[in-house]
Design a protein around this ligand. Structure first.
Ligand code: TXA
Ligand code: MG
Length: 317
């Protein structure tokens, strides 16, 4: 079990593993990431291998600050404004790659754009500083599984495939970062996440386009219908569980008969987001085959929660 409580010493050890081309799982404020040196294509390939991804989806490259990000990508005025408002934090910006950018092509799946993020977590920051290189890191789960919000989740999925898992406790947001494509003339929200469309619109002074219209040729594989899939079948918008179903509940009026996990008895969306993936895992761990899901309000963080739930409920190939 390669779990190490995060400390200056273990962070230094992990940084050495990364510089030597190895993989380390580490906490961010969103979910745990599976990190490798983004400039080392073998390390990046090892990330895809460890995740068992069926294809090379582009990865998010983590950097310590905007200045570092600008060494690798070209930032428009709007991109700078969003970085200024939300970095460090749970926002990923897709920008044009600079000529001569040393980041491995595989990290961005051969695209001429790059997804960059400055995480806001002391362990992630310490690791970036100590490693001295940009760190490519998708969520630290096997492909098709839900994203990990604790070191234990990472261990369950990838424990035999990473050199070290830095344990920084449960993650704060529990949802992946919001992904905004800032590489074209018009900004596009590719993946809803911890920063809401409303927060982005307030910063920009205008609404931001949603990417749903391009579902047939997703730019962001996070948009693929069944990306977030627990083993259990989910039935959305349920008022109660039917015979043989467990219940994923939300709010104070939830029924309490049978196997019920309430995302937030108080009806708080932030609390619900933080425990969502752990709840989906808990149904799998309990062997639940079918789960009824109560409606979640489609506002604020509820948009991202419902997005993940719809993916989890989508028919599997
Ligand atoms: O919160 C997070 O973002 C976590 C933590 C570890 O930082 N990372 C994460 O990475 O969720 P991953 O690889 O699971 O998701 C990356 C998302 C995918 O939807 C991917 O398609 C999109 O970012 N993406 C990456 N590069 C892109 C690009 N050049 N153009 C469009 N989408 C891109
Ligand atoms: Mg992921």
């Amino acid at each position: 079990m390669p779990i190490f409580p995060a400390s200056p010493t273990t962070i230094d050890d992990a940084a050495r593993v990364i510089r030597d081309g190895g993989l380390v799982a580490f906490p961010t404020e969103t979910v745990y990431g599976l990190g490798g040196d983004a400039t080392n294509s073998e390390a990046v390939a090892a990330i895809f291998e460890a995740k068992g991804r069926p294809s090379f989806n582009p990865l998010i490259v983590h950097v310590p600050d905007l200045a570092a990000a600008q060494q690798f990508g070209t930032f428009s005025k709007d991109a700078c404004r969003l970085a200024g408002a939300f970095w460090p934090g749970p926002l990923t910006l897709v920008v044009e790659r600079r000529a001569g950018c040393p980041i491995a092509d595989l990290a961005s799946a051969g695209l001429d754009t790059l997804a960059l993020r400055v995480p806001d977590h002391p362990v992630a920051k310490g690791l970036l500083r100590a490693a001295g290189c940009p760190i490519a890191a998708p969520s630290a789960n096997r492909s098709g599984h839900v994203s990990p919000t604790t070191a234990r989740h990472v261990d369950d999925d990838l424990g035999d495939r990473v050199a070290m898992i830095l344990d920084g406790g449960a993650t704060e947001h529990g949802l992946e970062s919001t992904v905004v494509d800032a590489s074209g003339r018009e900004l596009v929200l590719l993946r809803p996440g911890a920063i809401t469309a409303e927060q982005i619109a307030a910063t920009l002074g205008h609404a931001i386009k949603r990417a749903e219209a391009i579902a047939e040729a997703p730019l962001s594989p996070g948009q693929l219908a069944s990306h977030y899939a627990p083993r259990a079948r989910l039935r959305l918008d349920a008022s109660e569980a039917r015979e043989g179903e467990a219940l994923l509940a939300f709010g104070p009026a939830a029924p309490s008969r049978g196997f019920v996990i309430n995302l937030s008895p108080a009806g708080n969306l932030q609390e619900a987001a933080a425990v969502l993936f752990a709840a989906l895992r808990a149904f799998d761990a309990a062997g639940s085959e079918a789960v009824a899901v109560m409606p979640i309000p489609e506002t604020g963080l509820g948009v991202a929660i419902n997005d993940r739930l719809r993916r989890a409920a989508a028919p599997r190939p």
